[in-house]
Design a protein around this ligand. Sequence first.
Ligand SMILES: C[S@@+](CC[C@H](N)C(=O)[O-])C[C@H]1O[C@@H](n2cnc3c(N)ncnc32)[C@H](O)[C@@H]1O
Length: 186
Amino acid sequence: MQYISQSLTFAEDKITLTYAEEEFEVMMNWEDPLMSASAAYVCEGGGDILEIGFGMGISANYIQQHTINSHTIIENHPDIIPKAQAWAADKSNVTIVEGDWYSVKDTLSTYDGLFMDTFGDQNMKHFSSSLSSLMKVGGKATWWNSISGSNNYYDIPDVTYEVIDINPPSNTYFNYNHYLLPKKQF
Ligand SMILES: C[S@@+](CC[C@H](N)C(=O)[O-])C[C@H]1O[C@@H](n2cnc3c(N)ncnc32)[C@H](O)[C@@H]1O
């Protein structure tokens, strides 16, 4: 499946796509506490924040509630880019970068905080090797962690985890009762 070629359906509580007659959730609003905690971690030191994937803008709204200098958001889906741009229109510290994060990464800066939360991302495999070049010394990074053990998909070393209890409705991507929020400081 080529994710950016799929048209998305937007509801109050979720974004979905239908593929091979099956519905998949791209983002759901039950993740609100996870988005809040992820935003809080990457904004602990303030400064310049990079967010990869706008989705429903839940984490973006939380990041905006912290005291930061700049907020750069990379988004690649043609149905979501206009929503991100509209959301950013009245926010002077936000830059929307259109495209796939892996294609645009060499045009970026370095950051005090980074939150990676993509879907259908064929370049996920490059995240661990790309991450350190995007971070300032002391910077804090987290990423969507869809596994429930204390390891991580990306094999990034020296990661600690904050356990967050959750009770998600049945869905196609995450059905555990706790989330392990990865914390990696550079
Ligand atoms: C799960 S949603 C992000 C949810 C977001 N954190 C929130 O709070 O609503 C994933 C987002 O990543 C975007 N995305 C997927 N692959 C991407 C890529 N390679 N580069 C940039 N954005 C990508 C999707 O279009 C979608 O907007």
